[in-house]
Design a protein around this ligand. Structure first.
Ligand SMILES: [Zn+2]
Length: 118
């Protein structure tokens, strides 16, 4: 899992007081010499909590995204994925199957079509 950046203001008070600062850096700069999540149960708990928070955010973002799509956009997503997914798939074919220019053109075309279907 990639490194995530959390807003300190998202965290409840109990977390702020308990945090060892290994997983999310404490604003007061405190960093316990506990070894972090691999060795410390407090830090392990901290990491689990932050993962939950991130998952919740991701699901909420995705739900919002899908709810705000037009009928045509839903069709497009079903067929080709979101513009970001489409781009990711297309750029995987560079340079073996298509050139960078062809990929960029295809992504631009799909993004334009997607946005015009809003
Ligand atoms: Zn710790």
């Amino acid at each position: 899992m990639s490194e995530q950046v959390f807003e300190w203001s998202d965290l409840p008070l109990w977390y702020m007081l308990k945090s060892h600062g290994h997983v999310a850096k404490r604003p007061d700069g405190v960093l316990a010499r506990c070894g972090g999540p691999a060795l410390c149960s407090e830090c392990e708990l901290e990491r689990g909590y932050l993962q939950l928070l991130e998952n919740y955010r991701r699901v909420t973002r995705e739900k919002f995204f899908h709810d705000s799509l037009s009928l045509r956009q839903r069709e497009l997503v079903k067929k080709h994925g979101t513009p970001a997914e489409f781009a990711q798939a297309v750029y995987k074919s560079v340079p073996g199957y298509i050139s960078m220019t062809e990929a960029a053109d295809a992504v631009e075309k799909y993004t334009k079509e997607f946005n015009e279907s809003a």
